[in-house]
Structure formats: structure tokens, C-alpha cells
Design a protein around this ligand. Structure first.
Ligand code: KIV
Length: 265
């Protein structure tokens, strides 16, 4: 990657209608490969609880785990925007959230990601005042899997759709810098993306969002058991891992990914 990517770069890309790519990473080697492949953002996701640690959800991941993996990724990163997840119940009160954000930013993150809607607006404002930009994850928020009763598509129906649009607009007003939308109907994701000037990254949210993210292990075909609909294996056809990351970035930019078979209605 030639230049360092910032939130300013992503805002400019959104305003020009240019799509951008994001992949998760948990270690320095993959971070280096991903950033050299032209993927604009790297997410140190708490998905590491599942794909690295072998848990069946993201709930057991600790702040120390996140800080450790963020520091590993930061050492390999060659200029991508580095986002790190705040783990389960680490931001239920403001003092804990500031402590957690400090640990992740000092480990090398450029931005932290929290799961939730408009109720987080005051916290987002406070973090921003203290120099911490925030990405908000809405739709299917994996830390709430026990509230949802499983990993299910969210936002179906008019009322839920309108609530999502309002959440994003309130989060924008509070200073949110990025939005991740997971597993929502593609038309709703298109509406949300148009309703905000904040760049929106989708996963299982259709082709109309400003960016796309996948869990690295999923796009390398390493997921075991049932493959969720929104995943595509980019390592097939004899590619190296670096070529798979490049193919993902190119397919996101050109609009080839996600295709209709990866989307929900
Ligand atoms: O933890 C993670 O990897 C994520 C992505 C699925 C967006 O939050």
C-alpha cells in the first residue's frame, strides 16, 4: 500500500462513490500481507475468540486478548486503517470504555469498534473528545447473540428498518466515524448507506454499502461446518494468500463482490 489510509481517505472515497475493502487480521504476518494487497482497512475483530481461540462466540474475549492481537497486527501493518474491537461488556460504563479504548489505541489501533445503536451516542461523543474515533457495528451484533437467539438476519420489517436508519443518524450526529452493518437485507443497507455521510462497511449486507469486510479465515475457505451465505472463498483457483486478498480488494472495488448469492432480501 503506497499511502497511509485514514478516515479522511474513506470519507473521500465515499463521496466519489469508490468502494473500499476491509479484512480481519490477528497477527503481524497476515496484517502485512493484507495491507500490501491494497486492502484499505484491517479489523482486529473479536471474532478471534472463535477463529483463533476456538470458542463458540465472541463473549469470552478479554481486553488483554484484544490489546495483544492489536499490537501484533500493528507491527505488521503497512498503512491500512487499523480498527480494533472493544470486547463484550468492556464499554458498559464510561470509565471502563475509556480504559479499554486507551489500551487498544496504545497498542496501535487508529479507531475502536463498539457494537450497538443510538444508546451509545453519548459514549461516542466522550471518546471522540478524548481523541478516540469510533466505528459502530449494527444489525447482527455478535456480542448480542444470546439476545437474538442465534446468528440471524436483523432489520427485517419496516419498524426495525426505520430504527436502524435512526440509530445510524444519531450515531453520526454524536461523531461516529465508521459504521459496520452485518447481516441485514440488502435494500435496508442501501437505504442506510444513502442516509448518512459516514462510510458504511457491509458484511452480509449487499453490494450498496461503501465498503465490504470479511473475516480473513472465512475468505480463505477455513471456516468449518456450514458456510454462511455471505462468505466467498477467494483462495480457490490456485491463488496464494496475498493473491486472494488482492482478488477480494479488486472484486469489492469493481462491485463483483458481493454477488446476489451472498445477499439477504
Ligand atoms: O469481529 C469481527 O471480525 C467483526 C466482523 C465480522 C465485522 O466484527
Amino acid at each position: 500500500m503506497s499511502a497511509h489510509i485514514s478516515i479522511h481517505t474513506l470519507r473521500q472515497m465515499k463521496s466519489k462513490g469508490e468502494r473500499f475493502a476491509c479484512l480481519t487480521a490477528y497477527d503481524a504476518t497476515h496484517a502485512e500481507v493484507i495491507s500490501r494487497s491494497g486492502v484499505e482497512c484491517i479489523l482486529v475483530g473479536d471474532s478471534l475468540g472463535m477463529v483463533v481461540q476456538g470458542h463458540d462466540s465472541t463473549l469470552p474475549v478479554s481486553l488483554a486478548d484484544m490489546a495483544y492481537h492489536t499490537a501484533c497486527v500493528a507491527r505488521g501493518n503497512q498503512g491500512s486503517l487499523l480498527i480494533a474491537d472493544m470486547p463484550f461488556l468492556s464499554y458498559a460504563d464510561t470509565a471502563d470504555a475509556i480504559k479499554g479504548a486507551k489500551a487498544l489505541m496504545q497498542a496501535g489501533a487508529h479507531m475502536v469498534k463498539l457494537e450497538g445503536g443510538a444508546w451509545l451516542a453519548p459514549l461516542i461523543h466522550t471518546l471522540r473528545q478524548h481523541g478516540v474515533p469510533a466505528c459502530l457495528h449494527l444489525g447482527l451484533t455478535p456480542q448480542s447473540v444470546n439476545v437474538f437467539g442465534g446468528y440471524r438476519v436483523q432489520g427485517r420489517g419496516d419498524a426495525a428498518g426505520q430504527r436502524l436508519v435512526q440509530d445510524v443518524q444519531e450515531l453520526e450526529a454524536s461523531g461516529a466515524e465508521l459504521i459496520v452493518l452485518e447481516c441485514v437485507p440488502q435494500q435496508l443497507a442501501a437505504t442506510v448507506t444513502q442516509a448518512t455521510s459516514v462510510p458504511v462497511i457491509g458484511i452480509g449486507a449487499g453490494p450498496a454499502t461503501d465498503g465490504q469486510v470479511l473475516v480473513l479465515y472465512d475468505m480463505l475457505g477455513l471456516n468449518v461446518g456450514k458456510t454462511p451465505r455471505f462468505i466467498k472463498n477467494f483462495l480457490s483457483e490456485g491463488r496464494s494468500i496475498a493473491q486472494a486478498c488482492q482478488a477480494f480488494a479488486e472484486d469489492v472495488r469493481s462491485g463483483r463482490f458481493p454477488a446476489s448469492e451472498h445477499c439477504f432480501d
